[in-house]
Design a protein around this ligand. Structure first.
Ligand code: ZEM
Length: 293
């Protein structure tokens, strides 16, 4: 914003085209991981994780947390164990913020999540701007994000708190088709699928088709596929085929990628709007163009 001679603040009102420009810049950054030799050649997974962790702190009861204030910029939230390694994603987005200073951090991070999904060949995720930047005081307490070492009761408690149901929990978990665990971030190790930079329903297929055994190693309890020993599942992933209600949805997504894409897009769109008062949204959601279109 700018100060006029009369002291009236003039705020820049961005258009859909402006947001498409930000999207396109993020898409370039996602690609640049390849030259940087980062992970599997894409910053998509870590950017999606940033968007998820900034949204998944929401508590429906107290209406605190969520994507509105982008409080992960501040201590103590930046230091919460669950957010280890997300400085990589935040630093990448800092460059975009410099280029497009009018965008709020909450809008930028969730837009990066949308771009990550679309640029990794996933479904279109409707998105709208309106989040505002908050303050240290808006930081959420530690423990709002799921703990991968726990079981179905914990997963339900965490996601019900955000206002999600079993079907949405299972659909959102399909994000683990993407990326990998890093021993220096979470302590866990390895990717869930053979194509960690492409959105597919392989996560569910692998859960059903492989035999999963506890890995014998000096790290936290995780499963590995018996055949290749190159894939992993977290204890919280495995509950999706152990718990009866979760399993029904996991099977439906394993059998039907279109259904997964549709439900994943809807659940992610809702996730990214958690904690944003509806009066901050002025427009119908945009479907931004992917560079793959
Ligand atoms: Zn994740 N996730 N997640 N997740 N996640 C990791 C990585 C990624 C859980 C979890 O503890 C972990 C959702 C749900 C849940 C992504 C997206 C989404 C890692 C590895 C852990 C431990 C971190 C590391 O070491 O780098 C748990 C317990 C979950 C629910 C029960 C939901 C929902 C997501 C998005 C919609 C993504 C994309 C990654 C990969 C990050 C990367 O850097 O490759």
């Amino acid at each position: 914003s700018d100060e006029s001679p009369l002291g009236v603040k003039a705020t820049y009102v961005p258009t859909r085209e402006d947001y498409q420009k930000v999207y396109n810049r993020i898409a370039e950054i996602i690609e640049s991981a390849s030259d940087a030799g980062y992970d599997d050649g894409s910053y998509g997974p870590v950017l999606l994780r940033l968007a998820w962790h900034s949204s998944g702190t929401y508590d429906e009861q107290t209406k605190t947390g969520g994507s509105n204030y982008a409080t992960m910029r501040f201590n103590p939230e930046s230091g919460h164990g669950a957010n280890a390694g997300l400085d990589v994603a935040r630093n990448l987005m800092e460059g975009v913020k410099k280029e497009f200073p009018w965008i709020s951090y909450g809008d930028l991070w969730t837009l990066a999540g949308v771009a990550a999904i679309q640029e990794m060949a996933g479904p279109k995720v409707p998105w709208r701007p309106g989040r505002v930047d908050g303050f240290t005081e808006n930081c959420t307490p530690d423990g709002r994000l799921p703990d991968a070492a726990q079981g179905a009761d914990h997963v339900r408690a965490i996601f019900y708190r955000m206002g999600f149901n079993d079907q949405e929990i299972v659909a959102l978990s399909g994000a683990h088709a993407l990326g990998r665990c890093h021993t220096n971030r979470s302590g866990f190790d390895g990717p869930w699928t053979f194509s960690p930079t492409t959105v597919t329903n392989d996560y569910y297929k692998l859960l059903f088709e492989e035999s999963w055994v506890w890995r014998k190693w000096n790290g936290p309890k995780q499963l590995q596929d018996k055949k290749t020993k190159s894939l992993m599942m977290l204890p919280t992933d495995y509950v999706l085929v152990q718990d009866k209600s979760f399993k029904k949805y996991a099977k439906a997504y394993a059998d039907n990628q279109d259904l997964f894409f549709k439900d994943f897009a809807a659940a992610v769109a809702r996730l990214f709007e958690l904690g944003v008062p509806t009066n901050q949204f002025s427009e119908e959601p945009y479907t931004l163009k992917s560079t793959l279109d």
